[in-house]
Each structure stands twice: as C-alpha cells, then as structure tokens.
Design a protein around this ligand. Sequence first.
Ligand code: ZN
Length: 301
Amino acid sequence: MSDFISQIYEDYEDLFFIQGRNGGKVPFSNCVLIADHLIDTGISPIYLKKLKRKFTINKVLFSHWHDDHIRDNKILGDIPFYCHPKCKPIIEDIDKLLDLYAIRGTRVEEKFKVFLSDVINVYNIKIKGTFNHGNILKIGEHHLEVINIPGHSIGHCAFYIPTLKFAFIGDIDLSKFGPWYGGLDSDIDDFINSIDKIINLDLQTIVTGHRGLFKGASLIKEELIKYKTIFQKREDKILSHLKENTPINSADLLEKNIIYKDYTFFKPFLLAMENTMIEKHLKRMRVEDKISQYKEGYILC
Ligand SMILES: [Zn+2]
C-alpha cells in the first residue's frame, strides 16, 4: 500500500485515511475513502492518480467548497460529484470564490485566479447531486450520516458512522493554527456551535482535513475543546489593541499576528483573510456590547 493510504480499522478493508501531500497541510487536504466513495480531492494530483489506479471510485463527496478540498477535481472528472446544496452553486462557478474571499477588484485577484487555474487546478465542475444534514448514505456495509457543521464555510459537512464511532470532520481541522473563518460566508458563532455538535458525538476515531487521524474519545474531546479556546484568545488579542478614545478598525490590526503567525505564503491573500476574520470578531464583540462603534472604527466601552 502506498504510504499515504492507510486502512483505519483492521476489521474493515474498505475504510481508508488518505493523507494529503505535505501531511495534508494547505493547499492540500486529507481525504477518506469509504468503499467506492471518496470524500474530498485535496491530496495532490499525483496521489489522486495513484488512488484512482488502485481503487474503484464511483462517487466523490465534497465536505465543502474550499479550493484546497475540491482541487485537481478534473482528474476524477468522469466520476459524479456530490455536495451540500449551499456549496453546489459555488463549486459549479468558481468565479464566486473571488467574492466569498472578498478579493474581487483587489490586487490579489489576478494572482489568485492564476493560483486556482495553474497551481491547484480548480475549475468549474458539474455537481450531480446533493446531500443534506441528517441524510444517511448507505455505502457498502456502512451507514454514513451527514452532519452539517457551518461556520468555517456555508454547507460544510462532517460524515459520521455511528456504529464505528468514526467521523470525518473536515475543516474543524484541529490544526495548531486554529479555526479559519476568513470567508464572507464564515460565521464565528456557527463555527463554535458546530464544534459543540462534534464534541457531543460518540467518537473514538476521527480524520480532519489538515491534521490527520486521531484515536481515543478523551484525546478527541480534549483537542476539540483546545481548538475552541482559540476564538477567545484571538478576541483577547484584539481587545488588547483597542483604546478608549481612538477608534481602531480591522485594517489597523493587520500584521500584528492576531490571526496569522507568519505572512510569507501569499501575503496579500493572507492579509485579506486576516482582515475578514478580525472584522468578524469586532462585529461580534460590538453585538455583545463588549466594544462600541466610534467614527470609522471601534473603541473600548
Ligand atoms: Zn476549508
């Protein structure tokens, strides 16, 4: 077996963790193969081709619309694709990514288009069908339950096999970076509720989009709780920069490591995402009356 493909359970020869290139780190992602169903395509073109040669894949399910999860999809272009209804119009028209990432008309736009087409090979593809929260997909002998976990993006879904206490939880990815909510369709409160949804599942084994496989109920719970605390840490960092009289806005808070630790990879894009994420925190704190709006920014109450 290739070293990026590993059987998850000794007793089940049709359930595999497929680790993306470079450990599944962005711009790659991890996948799961359940019998003839592949969840996500972000492992890399070489790995996808190897996988296709080794296994019969009859359906591809997308956990969500993000480019690092649907990349290189043309390699599997002869196989039908499925996703949540809210992801369908986006995956079928990837030009929408420019609006969702808030980069249309900015100096990042052209570079990002080239990145999509020439680096990660994301093109429009037709979605054959959709699945919704609560649907049970019968795959081989497994019953896979669809769990909608919005917040990271709209239409973001986890896939749960209760009998095995197993789930693929997509981009509740438990990465050291923490939760990502840089899309205009992202939402902090939804994200927190979705993490709680996963915490409340009976789980022994999970696969995440970027950090791989975890085994053990207590470890999984511990990692999910730790991951959730990062929202508060970021909020505290933002509050430490706010003042009582001088308004501060999201642009003033860029490059202060509130969200990203390192800005070397595609810096203008990261700054656009950082801006969106800080803005979401500021608006949320405003609604919670932790801060006030003043002139073009926010001040401490
Ligand atoms: Zn994602």
